[in-house]
Ligand binder design. Sequence first.
Ligand SMILES: [Zn+2]
Length: 523
Amino acid sequence: MGVKIKYKVFCVGAVLTLLFVAACTHPAIKADILIKNGTVYNGMDTVPSIVDIAVKEDKIAYVGSAGKVQINASKIINAAGLTVSPGFIDPHTHATNDLVNENLSDNKPFLFQGVTTVVVGNDGSSPYPFVKYAAKCEEHGVGTNVAVFVGHGTVRKMVVGSSDRKATQQEITKMQKVIRAEMDAGAFGMSTGLFYAPGSYSDTDEIIALAEVVAETKGVYDTHLRDESTYSIGLIPAIKETIEIGEKAGLPVHISHIKCLGVDVWKQSDSIIAIIEAAQKKGIQVTANQYPYNASATGLQAAVVPRWAESGGRDSLVVRINTSGQRTKILEETKINIARRGGPKTLLIVQSPNKLYEGKNLEEISEIHNMPPEETVFKILEDGYAKIASFNMTRYDIANFMDEPWVVTGSDGGSGHPRKYGSFPRKYNTYVKQDSVLTTAAFINRSSAVTADILRIPNRGKLLEGYFADIIIFDPATFIDKATYEDAFKLAEGLKYSIINGKIAIDEGKYIGQKNGTVLRKK
Ligand SMILES: [Zn+2]
């Protein structure tokens, strides 16, 4: 009897012990990185939570309280007092050439802003072919992930040339073939630059026909509008054209760097928002990106020289400007375009082969040459490509667009404008902390998760288990842009950590020389 009872007690004890062990010790998680005590914005919620995040290989392995599970991590980051966020996704950059240059492919200007994925190939101009570009990126490695759009202008130039004419049916079929091949290779969509030559020479039907191919491959349409001002069809008709393309081709449309450019269209943001939201109600997916600056950047020629004068390319323009009959007309229209942007004082030359011009506005340069501003333009262009910062937006429209849940952050970052180095921290510092246009959560969600959804980039942009570990940690007190119009090449400050594909690139505020990005391919 005594033995039997002892046996029973033993059995009950063993079962209880097993239950106790099962309840208390979950299987331990072996992780590479554990981020503890941070204020975590996951990309979706409107409020942060204090949770821990474990990273294993290239994925997020756990999100929750580290006290509830056993996590063995080789690196522990104490993020107490810091903001933890999904890495930012920049839907519009001009980092194309940097990423294939071994010395610049770390992509530091973006990396230090907290960007972990950049898009290239915007404005209708893309690297071609995708496969070759991707291989070049992979040769030296890239500091951020990169997603590529196929540029309509690039394809049109190859198939139709640089002339101001409609594409034939045969040429459209040929362009469709090229675009389909690029989509199949991994492009995320097609971009257009309908303001620029040769994109401006195409009509809406051509774009719809090409966008249909993009729709079939589940891509998106990204556009630099035909007109952001009153140059040709006008800003509102250009917005309507984009919506029509989305509706007829059956794909999501994304308006790049949405703005009201120039005094003629200031305060049209209210009407534009109403038009876009009406389209959204009809089921058309219309979204936009925006950079937080009141000056745009573009080529001096693109900004003020009439498009018809450029037809045939640069050589043809030189011939026309030297032909007396055409010269007068070109100068007259150039003068109107300068006025539209706010006058010669608002056009700052930020880049030119002639260093004398850099940092001076068109009015100052025209005084140096003692000739009218419209003639000075061609004097400047004699030295080659000149880039300008053009102060042409109002705060009213900027804040109005920024407030919309379908407007995400996009730098449009290219050399010479501070936005390449500062867009994301500037939006945080100026429009979240200083002016309270946005909450921190709205800023983060519309710089990560919403952008990933718009671009249809899977498994990135959110801090969720199973997602790729693209994570940034910044100090909310010091995260700030440092680049200015005078010194546009200053890295942002305040980013403490950047983790891309599970690997650290910025550690305690310092870049550690690791290129952890990858070329994303649309599946
Ligand atoms: Zn653009």
